[in-house]
Design a protein around this ligand. Structure first.
Ligand code: 13P
Length: 322
């Protein structure tokens, strides 16, 4: 059942984080729903601009509606990931999305405020919530590339002003992560201080707590990278992601939505590279597709455990009165 993102935030805020997983096709969708039912977790499906173009945006909507019928107990929200203004309006008007993200973080502050405000007005008129971004993450996210030098942490004072002036419902804050498989060299930690300061300054300003969204949350497991490379891949083995043990401490401070895409792509790459390496005479894509659905479901259930959302489905259902 599709619910509003705001409803999920209300149940999870300060207690656990909701996994927001990017999907592009039927195999990922099946694995995602199965993994969330197996782990009894609410979740957010993220659709990026690239995913909407990959086959056709209507195809993705139909796949999601079908999955919801196949897994009637699933409780989830549908979210546009990294939208521009036009794509946000298209999603708001479609009536299918629970929330949209307007990403004008690469624009100057005043411009970001103005664009976000316009999207918030259009979205709120239809009961849809808005995530906006302030500060810049490093890495590459589809067509937006930010080099490490330009990536900067969110300024907590600016965050409070931004939330106040835009009325956005959730803030994607730069707290030390970056998109993609190459995040950190060596051990690095999340900037918990930035999350703490944003929430403390909101409180001091007499404003309600605002869920923080963590982008670039993949952990880029070493064993996954090594298996991919052993099967013909050439990923940088020194790549490091977010420490999964930091998801829950971040959630307790206000990180309520955790975006994960890259780790799922690594599962796909590992399964398919290993399958065709071990069965070079094979050309039927369904056997590895089946393996992928199983592996993706396991991966999702594991992430939900780390996020603290596993086992929370009954609580969410009760809170929503569904
Ligand atoms: P990763 O690249 O770390 O999976 O982040 C995905 C993301 O933030 C999508 O918005």
């Amino acid at each position: 059942m599709i619910v509003t993102t705001a409803e999920l935030y209300k149940v999870a805020y300060g207690k656990f984080a909701i996994g927001a997983y990017n999907i592009n096709n039927a195999e990922q969708t099946m694995g995602l729903f199965r993994g969330c039912i197996d782990s009894q977790a609410p979740f957010i499906i993220q659709i990026s601009k690239g995913a909407r173009k990959y086959t056709d945006k209507r195809m993705l909507e139909a796949i999601i509606r079908s999955a919801s019928e196949i897994f009637p107990d699933a409780i989830f929200a549908v979210h546009l990931d990294h939208g521009d203004e036009a794509t946000c309006y298209d999603c708001i008007d479609s009536g299918f999305y629970s929330s949209v993200m307007i990403d004008a973080s690469h624009d100057p502050f005043e411009e970001n405020v103005a664009i976000t405000k316009r999207v918030v007005e259009r979205a709120h008129a239809k009961g849809i919530s808005v995530e906006a971004e302030l500060g810049m993450l490093g890495g590459v996210e589809e067509d937006i590339a930010v080099d490490e030098g330009n990536a900067c942490l969110t300024n907590p004072d600016e965050a409070v002003e931004f939330i106040k002036r835009t009325g956005c419902d959730a803030l994607a804050a730069a707290i030390g992560t970056s998109h993609g498989a190459y995040k950190f060299k060596g051990q690095q930690s999340l900037h918990f201080d930035v999350i703490e300061q944003i929430e403390a300054k909101l409180k001091a300003a007499g404003m309600p707590p605002t869920p923080i969204v963590m982008h670039g949350s993949s952990s880029v497991p070493q064993d996954e990278v090594l298996r991919i490379n052993a099967a013909g891949g050439q990923l940088d083995p020194s790549a490091r992601g977010v420490n999964e043990e930091e998801y829950l401490p971040a959630a307790k401070l206000g990180v309520t939505k955790v975006n994960i895409d890259t780790d799922g792509r690594l599962v796909w790459t590992r399964v398919h590279r290993e399958f065709f390496r071990d069965k070079p005479q094979e050309f039927d894509f369904r056997p590895p597709g089946k393996v992928f659905q199983d592996e993706y479901a396991k991966f999702i259930a594991h992430k939900n455990e780390k996020l603290g959302s596993a086992g929370k489905l009954a609580e969410v259902r009760a809170a929503l009165g569904k």
